[in-house]
Design a protein around this ligand. Structure first.
Ligand code: 0A1
Ligand code: ZN
Length: 880
């Protein structure tokens, strides 16, 4: 049972707010030590006043109240109550102005929620419930108001003063201070409020929207980062154009600002007209950023921009609807990235991350529906499920409706709900109306947790030419949901004959075939589909483009997989067939290791790997994905009881064997991928670099002097971070003298660059060498380690515990003790980050009894801590 001191919030308890706030006028006297906030709210009653008026209850945390006036008159102390968390006025008038003056301390705010200091600047983070740490307010997303904000600060240290909307006036004040006033004409919920003050420089450009309006685009950074914003700016322009072209959505203010801050809990925040970004998703230079960094920046810039319509113009009625904006915006940013890069490679990357992180979440004690039923701390629900499974749910809607009806559904949603705070239901209804479809069963995707399993079997009758596919769906129990109803699932598929030709797909009763790829709609526990006119037993190509977030089982033979891998028209299925082969091989070896049998890697695997490697026609980026073995974390998901060391040993054996047996082709492909010209991030060669580095990593798996020499040479000569890091990561995993030499040189070169030093910490934390934990502990003492900086904490503690399965789960439990110690340190500094670090402990049930006991012991130690933050308490208690 969960503790009573923490209140559980239930979705079913939603009621409309008793009061609404129409306008908000804020004046900030900014100072890092102590900031004064004067708030003037125009409030009106929103309940039936024929009976007694209801109390006005305002949220407020860590605020010092200086004065409170109602319609200009100071309120006597007996007319209101202040307790931790809220301020109430028992019987206010029907409509009135409330003026509250409060004091806050940005510098003391290490939780990075509300107004806080990052380096020399002041900035805010209000989602989900940070606004109440700035001033008293009805801090919920269905209270939408028009904001006018005046910022006052010291002119010398804070020349730049920014808030949402348009700048209306600015000027000087006595004592070396100055002010700026901003007005945002769009009604918005408090979580979208933002301010930034500091000594910043900006780069800018003009953007002409599709209707011809001019918009100023401005990216603000600290002086030393001025040269690193170009890519972010171009990404923003691409995102703006893309949203116009794909969704007909135009930007709506005269200015769009992005500010990069070094201390930030998440990736970035979509505040209206003033995005605040974790600097890692803004700053890039060709020498210091990898190809992946460039792509991630483009994606996150797109994500926050797309929120302007899916999140800001139409927002969430309550936080249970979070996926309304997040799932939809993830889907939009994935599509944007797919259009900017390679669509198949992007889809594969997204599926990999969904499977390794979201499927694991869905299979554990923290499993929750895309639209949860209850929470203690909403910050804990910014989860893989709400975001990425939520994105897959939108994708399924598009698959079911088709492109045209889906677009019509989006248009209808914008038309109906612009300016409103709505539920997921309103979105799905717009889709149902535009597509003329009944989506009531589809809603189960929002309400039932767990990853459905599809068991597919088939039957072929030569005499009749009928091929029958039978699909049985089920979904395992999850906390609070022992029994599941069948989902409405789009299963995209095709059939291949033995030569690999795609067969026309005609279901019994249909007049003619409908192409060679189609979407079967599953709605029942068990369903059969009868295809006619099939001349010989086909190989089914299933779940094309990963058309649903499900697990699928079909008894493929080795020949079937080889056929799909080389001949299927769908790149995802081609990639997946290779992964299934690799999983089968590695899991076979895991069994051999556990049974003490002799180990050898099947010839046929090396042969097919070699053939793929030699295939010059394949896109390089796709080939790199196809030749990458499944992650240890994904392999772990395939085991009843996870054996991290056997998984690691088996996977390493395969890598070593490939490196040994395919030495020559690996050398040749790497050579062919070697740079011919100076690096440019947009030279279209990212796939080539990935493949070259992958070849190097296979060669390095053998530990040969030759490979170490190649790695060192690449490390020393690389003119870009992708190749430098590609080499260094292999060296960081190598028990050779070059390891410390290279790590030392890298540090010396990059010590002034925070983003790169984060990578330096991560590389060491994810090294598979046996001394890694010892190293990590030493790195905690490194002068550059700062647990208060979320990126740095993640780069060491997070990377080790979430990216190094074999070393974290090492027998003896030292990794667990280390993590629990760090979580307890973080608990009092930054509860959100502390809570996110708990994930590995939530998986304890999947391990052997010894590890279970050790992990539970650490969870108990965390739970016994006095003053545990709600964020940490919720996840630790639910994990137990
Ligand atoms: N809405 C942002 C994510 C975000 C959520 C919470 C934050 O602070 C607790 C910060 C950012 C997005 O989806 O990008
Ligand atoms: Zn988002």
């Amino acid at each position: 049972m969960l503790h009573t001191q923490h209140l559980t919030i239930h979705r079913k308890d939603y009621t409309v707010p008793d009061y609404l706030i129409e306008t908000v006028d804020l004046t900030f006297d900014l100072d890092a030590e102590q900031t004064q906030v004067v708030s003037r709210l125009a409030i009106r009653s929103n309940h039936d006043r024929s009976g007694a008026p209801r109390p006005l209850v305002l949220d407020g945390e860590e605020l010092t109240l200086v004065s409170l006036k109602l319609d200009g008159v100071e309120l006597d102390a007996d007319r209101y109550q202040v307790e931790e968390g809220r301020l109430s006025i028992p019987a206010p008038p029907e409509s009135f102005q409330l003026e509250a003056t409060t004091r806050i301390s940005p510098k003391a705010n290490s939780a990075l929620s509300g107004l806080y200091a990052s380096g020399s600047m002041l900035c805010t983070q209000c989602e989900a419930e940070g606004f109440r740490r700035i001033t008293y307010f009805i801090d919920r997303p269905d209270v939408m108001a028009v904001y006018t904000v005046t910022l006052k600060a010291d002119r010398a240290t804070c020349p730049v003063l920014l808030s949402n909307g348009n700048l209306t006036t600015r000027g000087d004040l006595p004592d070396g201070r100055h002010f700026a006033t901003w007005h945002d004409p769009f009604k918005k919920p408090s979580y979208l409020f933002a301010l930034v003050a500091g000594d910043l420089v900006h780069i800018s450009d003009r953007f002409a929207t599709m209707s011809g309006r001019q918009v100023n685009l401005e990216i603000y950074v600290e002086q030393r980062n001025r040269e690193k914003c170009e890519h972010a700016l171009r990404s923003l322009e691409r995102a703006m154009r893309w949203d116009e072209e794909q969704f007909g959505r135009e930007y709506d203010l005269d200015i769009y600002m992005i500010v990069a801050v070094d201390d930030f809990n998440m990736g970035a925040m979509e505040n209206k007209g003033l995005n605040v970004f974790n600097s890692r998703y803004v700053l890039a230079s060709p020498q210091s950023a990898t190809d992946d960094d460039y792509h991630a920046i483009e994606e996150v810039i797109g994500h926050e921009y797309f929120h302007n319509w899916t999140g800001n113009r139409i927002t969430c009625r309550d936080w249970f609807q979070l996926s309304l904006k997040e799932g939809l915006t993830i889907f939009r940013d994935q599509e944007f990235s797919a259009d900017m890069q390679s669509r198949p490679v992007k889809r594969i990357a997204d599926v990999k991350s969904l499977r390794s992180a979201q499927f694991a979440e869905d299979a554990g004690p923290l499993a929750h529906p895309v639209r949860p039923e209850s929470y203690l701390e909403i910050n804990n629900f910014y989860s893989m499920t709400v975001y990425h499974k939520g994105g897959e749910v939108i994708r399924m809607l598009r698959t079911l409706l088709g492109l045209e009806a889906f677009r019509a559904g989006m248009d209808l949603y914008f038309e109906r709900h612009d300016g409103q705070a709505v539920r997921v239901d309103e979105f799905v209804q717009a889709m149902a109306d535009a597509g003329k479809r009944d989506l009531s069963q589809f809603m189960r995707w929002y309400d039932q947790a767990g990853t459905p399993l599809l068991i597919v079997s088939d039957d072929y009758q030569e005499q009749t030419g009928i091929y029958t596919l039978t699909v049985v769906q089920s979904c395992p129990p999850t906390p609070g949901q022992p029994v599941k109803e069948p989902f409405h699932i789009p299963l995209a598929m095709g059939l291949l004959d033995r030569e690999g030709h795609e067969l026309p797909l005609q279901l019994e009763g249909e007049a003619r075939a409908a192409g060679t790829s189609r979407v079967l709609e599953l709605r029942e526990g068990s369903q059969s589909f009868r295809f006619v006119g099939i001349a010989s037993r086909p190989v089914p190509s299933l779940l094309r483009n990963f058309s649903a977030p499900v697990k699928l089982e079909y008894p493929y033979g080795e020949g079937d997989l080889a056929l799909l891998m080389t001949r299927d028209s769908d790149p995802f299925v081609r990639w997946e067939a290779g992964q299934v082969q690799a999983v089968q091989l590695i899991m076979g070896l895991v069994a051999d290791i556990r049974e003490g049998r002799a180990l050898s890697v099947k010839e046929s695997f090396i042969d097919s790997f070699g053939r793929l490697l030699a295939d010059e026609k394949q896109d390089r980026g796709f080939l790199a994905e196809a030749l990458t073995l499944p992650l240890e974390s994904y392999l772990a998901e395939q085991m009843e009881v996870i054996d991290p060391s056997a998984i690691h040993q088996a996977r390493e054996l395969v890598r070593d064997t490939v490196g040994e047996r395919l030495r020559e082709p690996l050398l040749a492909v790497r050579e062919a991928c070697a740079p011919r010209a100076p690096y440019r991030p947009d030279d279209g060669l990212a796939g080539c670099r990935r493949l070259g580095n992958l070849c190097l990593s296979y060669l390095m798996a053998t530990g040969s002097r030759e490979a170490i020499g190649l790695s060192m040479a690449q490390f020393e000569s690389a003119d870009n971070m992708t190749d430098s890091l590609g080499a260094l990561s292999t060296l960081a995993g190598c028990a050779c003298p070059e390891r410390d030499e290279a790590l030392g040189a890298f540090y010396d070169r990059w010590r002034e660059d925070r983003g790169v030093i984060d990578k330096w910490f991560s590389l060491q934390a994810t090294s598979r060498l046996p001394d890694t934990l010892e190293r990590v502990m030493q790195l905690l003492e490194h002068p550059d380690f700062d647990i208060r900086n979320p990126n740095r904490a993640r780069s060491l503690i997070g990377a080790f515990s979430q990216g190094n399965q074999v070393r974290f789960h090492e027998e003896g439990g030292a990794g667990y003790r280390f993590l629990a110690d760090q979580i307890l340190r973080l608990n009092s500094i930054n509860p959100q980050i502390a809570a996110r670090m708990l994930t590995p402990f939530s998986r304890w049930r999947r391990f052997d009894v010894g590890r279970q006991e050790q992990m539970k012991k650490e969870l108990a130690r965390i739970l016994a801590e006095p003053g545990l933050a709600r964020d940490v308490y919720e996840l630790a208690a639910k994990s137990m």
